[in-house]
Write a protein that binds this ligand. Structure first.
Ligand SMILES: *Cc1c(COP(=O)(O)O)cnc(C)c1O
Length: 464
């Protein structure tokens, strides 16, 4: 074995050395591996409150909460100490074979208090993707135990995001992902409720009903006897913060009520306060049977996800005998669960969810909606601490500034140049800032975003 020649303490390396080592040895997710191997990336070295710092000393306002997960920002010592204490007491034990640990027990009980009333059982994973794999296992097991083994098909939506394991990516409806692997044959996709892009001449409310009824049509086409579940995010996040027309969810709920199928609400982004309620299903008054959670449950401080199981499903699962043949080494990991408990404590003790619902969320929404006046902003969608801005050249024709996604990417780079982290989904610029932002920080976010929008308008020849 060769001698170690280079330091492993990478914080002592220069930016260029870090970038060189990174691009030579580290494959990144959702990244062009060819161009990354040439150019390298931005190294984030530290963070505090709602700011991230890169290795070149730039302090960037994090308008994306990491990847929609650092909802409480980067300076929460109580989460750090809860994890530390747990690691010192019991760094690991598994939850298989009739074993449990204090942190997992406490978190499951805590979740029973904060989730909608009918949810009293929780299965833990380390990610949202694994949680959605688990959902498929639960749904199939549920109908097997009910003596309806032919109910196996799952309906999802185009342009949905449900993770990146094979099952997660199959449930998701991203064309770019499906082009690179073979999806599960029992997953089907219906129209998304993306009025701005697909609504044509119909008004948003009419379109909402039309999009929802494609669920009914798909159930009939496949045969209700073969359909097990419908899965959807309350608001599509990675798809472009697609806040559906207000008619959409009531119509979906009607269909779910009338048909013998389970409804899975993927709340990996919308869970734990993002919309101003504990869960997105509460913002929209839907009644899911299963809830996927991850991201916000630990504020990103530890990897943790899971499935909340309603009484309807749990009663069947606990009534039927036989082993549920599914689980992960790190299901119920004590350190991750400790982070989850400490996160819920902050959400409750500091009344974060009320703050989002009644104070900072409405303020953020108002500031964002004012940008609809900007010459290249065709539509603004907001709810809670989520926002989307559609970039266009011609507002009436909804004509884009340039062919697919170029203007969105340009605007994102311009925002980063102005020390604001946002994301571009095609020509939709999206933001999901930490829930704990104050008004000055929202103002700063808007100010930097306006500079990026101005720069984008100028780049594409629109006068501002
Ligand atoms: C991020 C996300 C997932 C996947 O979670 P991972 O922890 O990345 O596996 C699933 N569903 C939704 C809605 C997400 O936003």
């Amino acid at each position: 074995m060769s001698q170690p020649t280079q330091t492993r303490v990478t914080s002592e390396l220069s930016t260029s050395a870090l970038q060189a080592q990174d691009k030579s040895h580290h494959f990144h997710p959702f990244t062009d591996l060819h161009s990354y191997a040439q150019s390298g990336g931005r190294i984030i070295t530290q963070a505090e409150h709602v700011y991230i710092h890169d290795s070149e000393g730039r302090k960037i306002l994090d308008g994306m909460s990491g990847l929609w997960c650092c909802n409480l920002g980067y300076s929460q010592p109580s989460i750090v100490s809860a994890v530390t204490r747990q690691l010192q007491t019991l760094p690991y034990y598994n939850s298989f074979f009739n074993c449990s640990n204090n942190a997992a027990v406490a978190l499951a009980n805590y979740l029973a208090e904060v989730t909608p009333k009918s949810f009293n059982y929780f299965f833990f994973t380390s990610s949202g993707s694994e949680a959605n794999d688990t959902n498929i296992r639960f749904v199939h097991r549920y109908y097997d135990l009910l003596g309806k083994p032919e109910k196996k098909q799952i309906i999802s939506r185009k342009n949905a995001y449900h993770g990146s394991t094979i099952a997660g990516a199959s449930l998701g409806g991203m064309d770019m992902m499906h082009e690179q692997f073979i999806g599960l044959p029992y997953v089907h996709h219906i129209q998304q409720p993306y009025w701005y892009k697909e609504g044509g001449d119909s008004d948003a409310d009419t379109f909402g009903v039309v999009a929802a009824r494609t669920l009914e049509q798909k159930i009939d086409e496949l045969g209700e006897k073969t359909v097990a579940a419908f899965i959807a995010e309350p608001i599509q996040g990675a798809g472009g913060v697609i806040v559906p027309p207000k008619t959409y969810w009531p119509e979906i709920q009607r269909i779910c009520d009338e048909r013998d199928i389970l409804f899975i609400s993927d709340e990996v982004i919308t869970g734990f306060g993002r919309t101003g309620a504990w869960f997105g299903c509460e913002s929209y008054s839907t009644r899911p049977d299963l809830i996927t959670f991850a991201k916000g449950i630990t504020g990103g401080y530890q990897p943790l996800g899971g499935v909340a199981v309603s009484d309807r499903v749990a009663d069947v699962l606990t009534a039927g005998g036989g082993e549920f043949a599914h689980g992960y080494t790190y299901s119920g990991h004590p350190a991750a669960c400790a982070a989850g408990i400490a996160t819920l404590d902050i959400l409750i003790n500091e009344q974060v969810i009320d703050y989002v619902g009644a104070d900072i969320g409405p303020y953020f929404g108002k500031c964002c909606r004012e940008l609809a006046e900007h010459p290249i902003v065709g539509e603004v969608r907001t709810i809670g601490m989520l926002a989307a801005f559609e970039l266009v050249r011609d507002k009436n024709a909804r004509e884009r500034l340039a062919p697919d996604g170029q203007a969105g990417l340009f605007c994102r780079e311009a925002a980063i140049g102005n020390r604001l982290m946002v994301r571009a989904v095609g020509d939709t610029v999206i933001s999901a800032p930490p829930l704990i932002c104050n008004r000055q920080e929202v103002d700063l976010l808007i100010e930097r975003l306006v500079r990026a929008l101005d720069a984008t308008a100028i780049e594409y020849g629109v006068s501002v």
